[in-house]
Write a protein that binds this ligand. Structure first.
Ligand SMILES: Cc1ncc(COP(=O)(O)O)c(C=O)c1O
Length: 409
């Protein structure tokens, strides 16, 4: 048996903090200077347009429309795909609340489908069972950088006429059957907040291959203003309601530098994930996610599950923390969106409990997505970040083996 558990006074498996260097460096400074020197920060146009062209090339899509967050990207994309009041949009409660906020912002109705516990991702069969006459769109969330089963979703879309929107907020650089995530659905929404593979501090973008979707998205993020010179200072037609979600040249400058780093970052994340699959695969009752056929994730902290009964997941995690390992037990800030106050009570406004008419007719059963709850109960997220050096991963793997050797029979 290895040394005593740190929990019981033994030496820690991981003695030093994880390596987390600054994600921003000289490359970002150079681009920021260039943007400032251009004298034009407000988009669209200028550096913002250059960044959009680079994103389109990197993500293998015809059009990219930058915005200020992932939530804004999904809101903009849903609007551009034609989602309107009372339409139903199916997604999973295992996502960030921003996915759901984007639906509600259009006065559309979120409908929740369970995940497949093995892949941790929205289950195409569960989605099929939820499609009805008012369904307009399905949001496939590539959680933790893992690709959804896109062939099945696209076939479902073709069969039913329902649009497929990829939530790529956590999936930059992942691929499915050789195609970049975000280039497969009718449109995609990406986040660039600071927890993502590439970041502009905060930010996001819509990707689409469809000219009309791109045109509407581009109007929606800019109050519908036409800025190509064809309309003067007065006389803007304002054809429909829209918001100001414009990204600016500072976002774009940082984004250009970050985009250049993305391929190496994804390669390093894949290397770390491969080590976990190779070196932790034999731990009793530890299950690593099944990757769908043809999927190549870009990875986030890896959502392993502990399926044993004794010790409990939480006892194991306490011991892993004592060993100095960075292990988390959350998939998202809200464990299961069906169980949030907002969805339970359909609370739309902060100061009145009145439910707006578009949301009145649906009832949510908080127990209707049991696999989401089961994942939350059992998940052990393994630390995964491109900045970690080999010693960080060596010590993490050693710590896992040590705790398992002591605590599991
Ligand atoms: C899956 C998912 N969707 C949507 C969002 C919303 O992105 P943002 O925080 O940039 O609004 C996030 C970000 O946390 C996310 O992880």
């Amino acid at each position: 048996m290895s040394e005593q558990l740190a929990l019981h006074g033994g030496p820690k498996a991981k003695q030093t903090p994880y390596t987390l260097t600054n994600r921003y460096g000289e490359e970002e400074v150079v681009e920021l200077r260039r943007a400032l020197e251009s004298g034009k920060l407000m988009g669209p146009g200028g550096v913002v347009e250059e960044f959009e062209a680079e994103l389109a090339q990197a993500f293998e899509v015809k059009h990219v429309v930058t915005v200020t967050s992932g939530t804004a990207a999904l809101h903009t994309a849903l609007c551009a795909l034609g989602v309107a009041e009372g339409d139903e949009v199916i997604t999973t409660p295992m996502t960030d609340i921003g996915t759901v906020a984007a639906i509600l912002a259009l006065h559309a109705v979120p409908v929740f489908a369970d995940i497949d516990l093995e892949t941790r991702l929205i289950d195409p069969e569960a989605v099929r069972g939820k499609i009805g006459p008012r369904t307009r769109c399905v949001i496939t969330v590539h959680m933790s950088g893992m690709p959804c089963d896109m062939d099945t979703f696209m076939a479902l879309g073709a069969e039913t006429g329902v649009k497929i929107l990829e939530d790529c907020a956590q999936a930059h650089g992942g691929t499915y059957k050789g195609r970049k995530l975000g280039s497969i659905g009718d449109a995609a929404g990406f986040s660039m907040n600071e927890s993502k593979q590439m970041t502009t501090g905060d930010g996001g973008f819509v990707a689409t291959g469809d000219d009309d979707t791109a045109r509407i998205a581009s109007l929606f993020r800019d109050k519908t203003y036409i800025r190509d010179g064809s309309v003067g200072r007065s006389g803007q037609p304002i054809p429909f309601f829209a918001l100001n979600y414009r990204a600016n040249g500072l976002h774009a400058a940082v984004g250009r530098a970050q985009l250049a780093k993305l391929p190496a970052l994804v390669a390093r994340r894949r290397e770390i994930a491969a080590r976990y699959y190779n070196e932790l695969g034999d731990l009793k009752d530890l299950q690593l996610p099944r990757i769908v056929d043809g999927g190549d994730p870009s990875w986030w902290p890896l959502a392993a599950r502990y399926t044993g009964k004794a010790p409990s997941r939480d006892d194991l995690v306490e011991a892993l923390h004592a060993e100095g390992l960075s292990i988390s037990t959350g998939m998202s800030p809200a464990n299961n969106i069906l169980r949030t106050d907002m969805v339970r009570t359909k609370r739309y406004y902060p100061l009145t409990a009145e439910v707006p008419t578009f949301w009145r007719d649906i009832d949510y059963d908080p127990d209707s997505c049991p696999s989401v709850d089961e994942l939350q109960r059992t998940v052990i997220r393994l630390p995964l970040d491109e900045r970690y050096v080999d010693e960080d991963i060596d010590a993490t793997i050693a710590g896992m083996h040590k705790v398992w050797a002591h605590m599991t029979g």
